[in-house]
Design a protein around this ligand. Structure first.
Ligand SMILES: *[C@@H]1O[C@H](CO)[C@@H](O)[C@H](O)[C@H]1NC(C)=O
Ligand SMILES: *[C@@H]1O[C@H](CO)[C@@H](O)[C@H](O)[C@H]1NC(C)=O
Ligand SMILES: *[C@@H]1O[C@H](CO)[C@@H](O)[C@H](O)[C@H]1NC(C)=O
Ligand SMILES: *[C@@H]1O[C@H](CO)[C@@H](O)[C@H](O)[C@H]1NC(C)=O
Ligand SMILES: *[C@@H]1O[C@H](CO)[C@@H](O)[C@H](O)[C@H]1NC(C)=O
Ligand SMILES: *[C@@H]1O[C@H](CO)[C@@H](O)[C@H](O)[C@H]1NC(C)=O
Ligand SMILES: *[C@@H]1O[C@H](CO)[C@@H](O)[C@H](O)[C@H]1NC(C)=O
Length: 409
């Protein structure tokens, strides 16, 4: 790849480290990814959790506790894991009533910044859990629910991810398939203003409105300064084979007039599903599931120069979904799900060297960590030493010992 220096990149250098690469084209669709080297030295272990695990989050106000949504039609629960040992133990399950989840079950998990509550994406919005009560297995730990119903708006039924603002004042809920009658199948971001009631410990959410994006809206993440929300749509049309895109949304506008919050859309390969942002806010990382690629976008260019925003495109394993940083952001792991069960593909985690990826180095994937079936989402322990993976189709939560991952260059 030919190094080049654009005006926008030169301007961006003041805030973000300079990405010395030419603009790339988004990757095309690909069924099965090439085989990778197996990293046999990486220590992992499993716990059986009896139902398909989806979202994962470590408690920040309890020692050695993590939460996992266990997604089963009509019988979803929130699992509580004791993580004091390397392989966690499932110590409690808290029933999440089907009246709150609908048939789609309990999906993505998001912890509030103060650590006191968990938002479980479900049905028309989210179920809100008190983490201290949940850690004890209390059936009273559900303290609220978000429901996008208003006088003029019917919510969708398939909320899948929640992103909260830093002050826990607003929730942005990905309603994957929107409302068929109202959005013609386009996914939504539904916005809720949150209210904490100190007298009784409950939380309520007032629906502010919503914005329709492309088809199958899932992953969202805030920019570092929280002025922007990045949101992914898997496809541009109802045809599954069309590429997807990353939308950049204005957060202030989302809080008051969500339908007009779109700043722009940037192509993001086939089936983009999850997004994370580097701690310095400079790089936005996306898994393009139907391209088998990990993409990096220059955050400044997503707004100023979208055509040049894609700065790295890394071939990973088959059908990557979740992604997470490891070792102080020197590595990224992707959860290569093989969720479409291609006969000649494997599931696993690609271990990507971040610096090499940004330099366009073909050796950026250091290898593959074997997993159970359909690894989906991740959580990293507060001390950084363990990464949990939800192996959705094996009903297992897998622990990865970070110290045994390869070191980045
Ligand atoms: C890695 O391990 C998988 C089984 O988990 C196997 O199917 C694959 O062939 C191995 N890859 C290589 C390059 O040896
Ligand atoms: C977990 O479940 C699998 C499949 O049912 C079973 O083979 C395995 O023995 C179980 N492991 C433990 C530790 O219970
Ligand atoms: C880090 O946290 C994990 C998960 O709670 C725990 O199992 C492990 O013992 C902790 N490690 C250290 C060194 O405290
Ligand atoms: C959401 O609110 C509407 C209107 O009040 C109600 O009909 C519906 O049952 C609620 N859904 C859930 C899951 O609570
Ligand atoms: C808690 O208090 C708020 C504000 O007074 C009220 O709207 C809500 O219904 C109460 N919730 C419960 C579960 O009592
Ligand atoms: C979807 O698009 C592909 C090409 O991109 C085309 O071959 C196929 O016929 C389309 N399917 C439908 C249902 O429109
Ligand atoms: C793997 O299967 C896909 C179709 O699922 C096929 O296109 C590809 O050629 C196969 N690759 C190998 C190495 O067998």
């Amino acid at each position: 790849m030919r190094p080049c220096r654009s005006l926008a990149a030169t301007l961006a250098v003041a805030i973000c480290s300079f990405h010395a690469v030419c603009a790339l084209s988004p990757p095309i669709c690909q069924a099965v990814a090439p085989q990778q080297n197996n990293l046999t030295e990486v220590l992992t272990g499993y716990v059986n959790v009896t139902k398909p695990p989806f979202g994962l989050a470590y408690a920040t106000n309890q020692k050695h506790i993590a939460f996992v949504t266990l997604d089963k039609t009509n019988d979803s629960t929130l699992g509580v894991l004791d993580t004091s040992t390397f392989i966690p133990t499932l110590i409690h399950q808290i029933a999440i009533p089907v009246t709150l989840t609908g048939v789609e079950g309990a999906l993505g998990l998001t912890l509030t910044r103060d650590g006191r509550h968990l938002f479980v994406a479900a049905g028309p919005g989210a179920v809100i859990i008190d983490t201290a009560l949940a850690a004890t297995g209390s059936a009273d730990s559900i303290v609220g629910a978000l429901n996008g119903t208003t006088a003029t708006q019917t919510p969708g039924t398939a909320a899948i991810e929640v992103t909260l603002t830093k002050n826990d004042k607003y929730a942005f809920v990905s309603q994957e398939y929107g409302v068929i009658a109202r959005t013609q199948g386009r996914g939504n971001i539904d916005v809720f203003e949150l209210h904490k009631h100190v007298q009784n410990g409950s939380i309520t959410g007032t629906p502010v409105g919503s914005i329709s994006l492309g088809f199958a809206v899932v992953g969202t993440a805030l920019s570092k300064d929280e002025s922007l929300l990045y949101a992914l749509s898997e496809t541009t049309t109802a045809n599954d084979t069309t590429p997807g895109f990353l939308s950049v949304l204005d957060v202030e506008k989302l809080k008051t007039d969500p339908a007009n919050a779109l700043l722009g859309n940037v192509p993001a390969g086939c089936g983009p599903v999850r997004v994370i942002v580097s701690k310095d806010g400079c790089t936005v990382w996306v898994t393009a599931r139907e391209s088998n690629h990990l993409l990096a976008f220059d955050a400044a260019k997503l707004v100023q120069d979208p055509d040049d925003a894609l700065i790295a495109s890394v071939q990973v394993g088959t059908s990557p979904v979740g992604l997470t940083f490891a070792r102080h952001e020197s590595l990224i792991l992707t959860a290569d799900s093989n969720r479409f069960e291609y006969k000649n593909a494997t599931s696993g985690l690609s271990v990507v060297d971040v610096k090499m990826a940004l330099a366009g180095d073909e050796g950026a994937v250091l290898g593959r960590v074997p997993t159970g079936l359909f690894p989906r989402e991740f959580a990293t322990s507060p001390n950084g030493s363990t990464i949990l993976v939800a192996d959705y189709d094996s009903d297992q939560v897998q622990a990865v010992d970070v110290a045994t991952l390869p070191k980045a260059s």
